[in-house]
Design a protein around this ligand. Structure first.
Ligand code: FES
Ligand code: MG
Length: 576
């Protein structure tokens, strides 16, 4: 293996020349108390930290960065912490998805404009993984992703609580009048009781598993609970390893190949991944120059059994159990025959080499392929006259009686309208009704919010129903469940056919045929299309204005058109 010399370092352009600019860069590093030998001729590692006091999942990152720096120093590099936009799920309105691309832009530009030879990306809460990775792919320097790790299991009154999933479940029971205020308070205090990301197989655990399977984390790093001392050791290992990656010039294009993206998709399907995985995985693959499509994902979904028995698609366990059962390496070991194990990873070894010795310690948590939780993978892609560019459903997380369903639509144009209706105990709704929320896509939401698990109307809750067929152009949380058709594309706000649906029209879902249609004849649809007028734009200024002009549709990954790799020439780096 050829190794870089100090003169080849990217940071040498800042620190090693005998000119006035370099004098300025060096003197300013010395302003911070560094001697020249501490930063010159050494890999400078940017540690992009998405910590903030409102990012509840990343609260340990304030300290964890010290472990990374320790590792960098031990390997002879210099680690510099750089704050990056702390896109958080729990406190961002209207939706964190509005800001994924802002983090991606920030990441790319921060790396490009600074004397960094490699980066450790510290993220984990849903949008931080794709945001950081998208930007770093485009920047092109060696990277390691450091996942925040899941929080401990939730606990209240002897019951185990899962992030998101149990909030929805207990909320429905509260609306049905089945639990007291005191119990509700207890659930509130017990459902998130340590640092770390949601500990169901929600979007965070899905996306960090994807990063792991792609080869951009240390092997198995995504499964380590945030507060386990192993997480600190893994963080220091990231610091040590990235320094060597710089000398080895192990850039992301050598790791994130088309085969690595496919591996990531297979692993996602086998984990019972969040529906959000589809959007982010397509965006990440495209940034790396590979055309991964919804149809590719549906095909992989059909042939990959779901083997992680982790909620919400699995029934019984949470991420802490998954880690004790062997974690992602053990899961990937089960899939070894289906994966391309020759893919290079951040360790400098292949995926296959990283999986050597991985074992399952609990076969009820990580099932053998012969005893899956669900025979197919997590997700299915639908098409039809309601969603010509696709829609996504998570069959494993819904009642099989909805796999083939016909019923009258009940259509809402906005979230507030829908919210008021579901609390109306006299709402005209039956168990067959297909509830629809539109204008909730990438532009309509705005920002593609997680509203797609539409609440079951109180009128049905009181009769004991807990599921019904729901359709929207929104996303849903990875911790959600139910018969929810999501990501309808093109979205209604820009005139997709969902905009033409009316309450009372019959909607038909046929999962086996992967179809979603409204049973309305073409002439009538043409009349409605001619009468449709575009709603007012959501934003007249600011970031939202840029977002709505440039965001692509769900089936394209919702990247900004101008950030996509094929949009134009990459930025040059003038030698100044
Ligand atoms: Fe951060 Fe779920 S809210 S991972
Ligand atoms: Mg989430």
């Amino acid at each position: 293996m050829t190794r870089k010399s100090p003169a080849d370092l990217r940071s040498a352009r800042w620190f090693s020349k005998d000119d006035l600019r370099s004098f300025g860069h060096r003197s300013r590093m010395m302003q911070m108390g560094y001697s020249e030998e501490e930063f010159r001729d050494r890999p400078m590692i940017g540690i992009l930290n998405t910590w903030s006091e409102l990012n509840t999942c990343h609260s340990h990152f304030r300290d964890r960065v010290q472990d990374v720096k320790r590792g960098v120093l031990m390997a002879g590099g210099i680690g510099v912490e750089m704050p990056a936009l702390s896109v958080d799920e729990s406190n961002t309105k209207p939706t964190s998805m509005l800001y994924r691309n802002l983090l991606a832009m920030e990441t790319e530009e921060m790396i490009r404009s600074h004397p960094l030879d490699g980066v450790v990306l510290m993220g984990g809460c849903d949008k931080t993984t794709p945001g950081l990775v998208l930007g770093a792919i485009s920047a092109g320097v060696p990277l390691i992703y450091l996942p925040a790790g899941p929080m401990l299991r939730g606990n209240y009154a002897g019951k185990i609580l899962g992030s998101g999933s149990d909030a929805w479940k207990y909320w429905d029971e509260r609306r049905a009048g089945n639990i007291s205020d005191e119990e509700w308070q207890g659930v509130q205090g017990g459902i998130a009781r340590s640092a770390g990301t949601c500990m169901t197989m929600g979007t965070a655990s899905t996306m960090t598993a994807i990063a792991d399977a792609m080869g951009i984390t240390l092997p198995g790093a995504s499964s380590i609970p945030a507060v386990d001392s192993g997480h600190q050791r893994m963080s220091a290992d990231c610091g040590r390893r990235i320094v060597d990656m710089v000398w080895e010039d192990l850039t992301p294009d050598r790791i994130i190949t088309a085969a690595a993206c496919r591996n990531a998709a297979i692993v996602a399907m086998a984990t019972g991944c969040s529906t959000n995985a589809v959007v982010h995985l397509i965006a990440m693959a495209r940034r790396a120059g590979h055309d991964l499509t919804l149809d590719d994902l549906d095909a992989l979904g059909r042939e990959t059994p779901l083997i992680a028995n982790v909620r919400p698609a699995g029934k019984d366990y949470l991420m802490e159990d998954f880690y004790y059962a062997g974690g992602l390496r053990a899961l990937m070991k089960q899939l070894e025959e289906r994966l391309d194990t020759s893919c290079m990873t951040v360790t400098g070894r292949t995926l296959g080499e990283n999986l050597a010795g991985a074992e399952v310690y609990n076969t009820d948590v990580i099932r053998p392929l012969s005893n899956p939780v669900y025979k197919e993978g997590s997700l299915a892609v639908l098409r039809g006259n309601l969603c010509p560019d696709g829609a996504v459903i998570k069959p494993a997380a819904c009642d099989p009686k909805y796999y083939l369903h016909e019923g009258p639509a009940l259509v809402f144009d906005s979230y507030p309208e829908m919210k008021a209706a579901v609390d109306d105990e006299d709402l005209d709704v039956t168990p067959d009704t297909v509830m629809v929320l539109r204008n909730a896509g990438p532009q309509g939401g705005p920002g593609f919010p997680e509203w797609g698990m539409l609440p079951i109307p109180k009128a049905l809750i009181k009769q004991g129903y807990r599921d019904m067929l729901r359709i929207s152009d929104a996303r849903m949380s990875g911790t959600s469940y139910g018969a929810c058709v999501l990501h309808v594309a093109p979205e209604s706000y820009i005139g997709g056919p969902l905009a033409l649906l009316r309450s009372g029209d019959v909607v038909r879902l046929d999962l086996a045929a992967r179809r979603l249609d409204m049973l309305v004849d073409e002439d009538e649809l043409a009349r409605r299309r001619a009468a449709w007028t575009a709603p007012e734009r959501r934003f007249e200024r600011g970031y939202g204005h840029m977002f709505s002009r440039h965001v692509t549709q769900a089936d394209q990954g919702c990247d900004f058109d101008f950030l996509q790799t094929d949009f134009g020439r990459a930025a040059g780096e003038p030698d100044i």
